[in-house]
Structure formats: structure tokens, C-alpha cells
Design a binder for this molecule. Structure first.
Ligand code: IMP
Ligand code: MG
Length: 177
């Protein structure tokens, strides 16, 4: 796998240090009480596992399958909810986790749905945010790292279903795509 990576953008140690701070901010900002955390699969899996173990409070963890990228490098434009059931969020404080904020369509669609379902406070945390003009007018409340507008893999992010288990965020070689 390492052979397919052109360069490492953010290494493991730097990610872990950043997660310590994000977890502190989250713990400080949310009012006391149990938080519902919604992990957007599969991209946010690695980020969520590392972040949530640093948050010292009661959490109820839910996962949601949405599709917007369909495995390639281009966003498809619409967001599909793939689960039969939506987590029970009525009157609850919700932390939504995703791997990366790109066009913003995923976070916008899921946040809207959470509000429709009656969630109380909804905050979002992403590991990465691309520095670009977004199709949907959203930003995350907690961002790990701002990156340029380029396609990245690793630490949960995939290219055609692969590279999610790389322990760092990197850019693929042209020969690998
Ligand atoms: P958005 O809806 O365009 O903000 O994109 C969100 C989804 O697209 C993310 O949850 C990722 O799954 C995927 N995505 C966006 N940019 C990248 C990337 O650079 N590498 C891998 N996946 C990406
Ligand atoms: Mg993805």
C-alpha cells in the first residue's frame, strides 16, 4: 500500500495530537449529559474510534450509511440514506462525525435530516476540510486539519474502497488511480 502513496500529508503522531485537542473542545462545549454520536460510515470509522476514546463522558454511538461519492473521486451531487432506520435523536444533543468536508453536501443533508428528526443541538466534527468553495453552505464546528483541494486517502478515507487502513493521510500516486 505504501508504494501507492505519493506523499504523506498528515502523519499519525500529528493526527493523534490534534485529536487530543478536539476531544477537549468537544468535552468543554457540549452541555453536561449524554451525547448521541453519529458516525458516518465508512469514512469516519477510524477518526471516530480514535477521537471518541478521548472524550470522557457518556456517549451513545450510532452509525449511518450514506452515499455521495460512490467509490470514485467525484462527488455525485446527491446524498442517499442507505439505512432502513434512522437513529432516535428527538430532543438529544448530537455530535455528527465525518471524515472530510468536501462539497459539504453530505454534512448539509445529514444535518438537515437530524433537525427534521427533532435533534436538539447538532454539532459536526470532521478530520479534514478541503479549502474550497462548497456546493452546500456548511462548515464543521470542529475541524482536524484544513487541506488543499486534492484527493486524499488513509485514516478512514478510501479510493474505490481501499486504503482506509493506512495510519496516515496521504496523496495517491497517479499510477495507482
Ligand atoms: P461532500 O459531501 O462532498 O462534502 O463529501 C463527503 C464525502 O466524500 C466524504 O464523506 C468522503 O467519503 C468523500 N470524499 C470527499 N473528498 C474525499 C477525498 O479526498 N478522499 C476520499 N474521500 C473523499
Ligand atoms: Mg467515502
Amino acid at each position: 500500500m505504501r508504494d501507492d502513496i505519493e506523499r504523506i500529508l498528515i502523519d499519525e503522531e500529528i493526527i493523534e495530537r490534534r485529536l487530543d485537542h478536539m476531544a477537549e473542545e468537544i468535552e468543554r462545549d457540549f452541555p453536561a449529559g449524554t451525547l448521541v454520536v453519529i458516525i458516518l460510515l465508512k469514512g469516519a470509522l477510524v477518526f471516530a474510534a480514535d477521537l471518541l476514546r478521548r472524550v470522557p463522558r457518556q456517549l451513545e454511538i450510532e452509525c449511518l450509511n450514506v452515499a455521495s461519492y460512490h467509490g470514485g473521486m467525484e462527488s455525485s451531487g446527491n446524498v442517499d440514506f442507505l439505512d432502513r432506520h434512522f437513529p432516535e435523536v428527538k430532543g438529544r444533543d448530537v455530535l455528527l462525525l465525518d471524515d472530510i468536508l468536501d462539497t459539504g453536501r453530505t454534512i448539509a443533508a445529514v444535518s438537515e435530516r437530524l433537525r427534521e428528526e427533532g435533534a436538539n443541538a447538532v454539532r459536526t466534527a470532521v478530520l479534514l476540510a478541503k479549502d474550497k468553495t462548497r456546493a452546500a453552505d456548511v462548515e464543521a464546528d470542529y475541524t482536524g486539519f484544513e487541506i488543499g483541494d486534492e484527493f486524499v486517502v488513509g485514516y478512514g478515507l478510501d479510493y474505490q474502497g481501499r486504503y482506509r487502513n493506512l495510519p496516515y493521510v496521504g496523496v495517491l500516486k497517479r499510477s495507482a488511480v
